[in-house]
Write a protein that binds this ligand. Structure first.
Ligand SMILES: Cc1cc2nc3c(=O)[nH]c(=O)nc-3n(C[C@H](O)[C@H](O)[C@H](O)COP(=O)(O)O)c2cc1C
Length: 203
């Protein structure tokens, strides 16, 4: 069984997607993968960050998390993205990261990566599905293999039942409303399994 290299790449202002990413990291390691947990670079002005105590605290708490680079994408067999919904779409910090991968794309180095995505929003129907699907559009252009959770495990039904990727809503204080830990872990394990199929199958 080849050792799968998993990059869990997230953006988070107030910690929700960091937590989702950490659960994916944990499940990836439990499944025997080599895992990197990486954040995309922050783009917001310092003044905006400082105007929100939760955002400022999160930036400080995660200052030692390494930033994702093109080399990490090239390294990875599988990639799990986690990103908050911004007006029903991918947060610009993640979009900027994706949009700076033209060099790798042109060399064909993003093709056949096994990918899966997660999201959060304030409202239960605040755009999580649209955000995940929007991110997957970029994946199709990469020639990546999208590995959605679908309804491949009963845990999905306990976590809001989003077949595109685990998603969660947060209350005014930033606490997650649904319990999605099991769904995240299932999604991470499944992503690694599909990556193993890809790696074995291409030998
Ligand atoms: C500019 C902006 C736009 C947002 N748009 C939406 C939205 O369309 N729907 C929604 O339910 N929540 C929206 N939110 C709330 C975020 O999705 C929520 O704070 C985020 O998912 C929390 O994730 P994080 O803790 O990882 O940053 C928005 C927040 C910001 C700052």
């Amino acid at each position: 069984m080849p050792n799968i290299k998993l990059a869990v790449i997230y953006y988070s202002s107030t910690g929700t997607n960091y937590q989702l990413a950490q659960w994916a990291e944990e499940a990836g390691k439990d499944a025997g993968a080599e895992v990197k947990l990486l954040k995309v670079p922050e783009l917001a002005p310092q003044a905006a960050i400082e105007s929100n105590p939760a955002w400022k605290a999160h930036v400080e708490a995660t200052q030692n998390v390494p930033e994702a680079t093109s080399d990490d994408l090239e390294w990875a067999d599988a990639i799990i993205f986690s990103v908050p919904t911004r007006f029903g779409n991918v947060a610009s910090q993640m979009k900027q990261f994706l949009d700076t991968q033209g060099g790798l794309w042109a060399q064909g180095k993003l093709a056949n990566k096994v990918v899966s995505a997660m999201s959060s929003a304030q409202n239960p129907h605040g755009g999580q599905e649209a955000t995940i699907l929007s991110l997957y559009t970029t994946m199709y252009h990469w020639g990546a293999i999208v590995a959605p959770p679908g309804y491949t495990d009963p845990v999905l039904f306990e976590a809001g039942g989003n077949p595109y990727g685990t998603s969660v809503s947060v209350d005014q204080d930033g606490n997650m409303i649904e319990n999605v830990e099991g769904a995240v872990k299932h999604q991470a394990k499944r992503t690694i399994t599909v990556a193993e199929w890809m790696k074995n199958g291409s030998r």
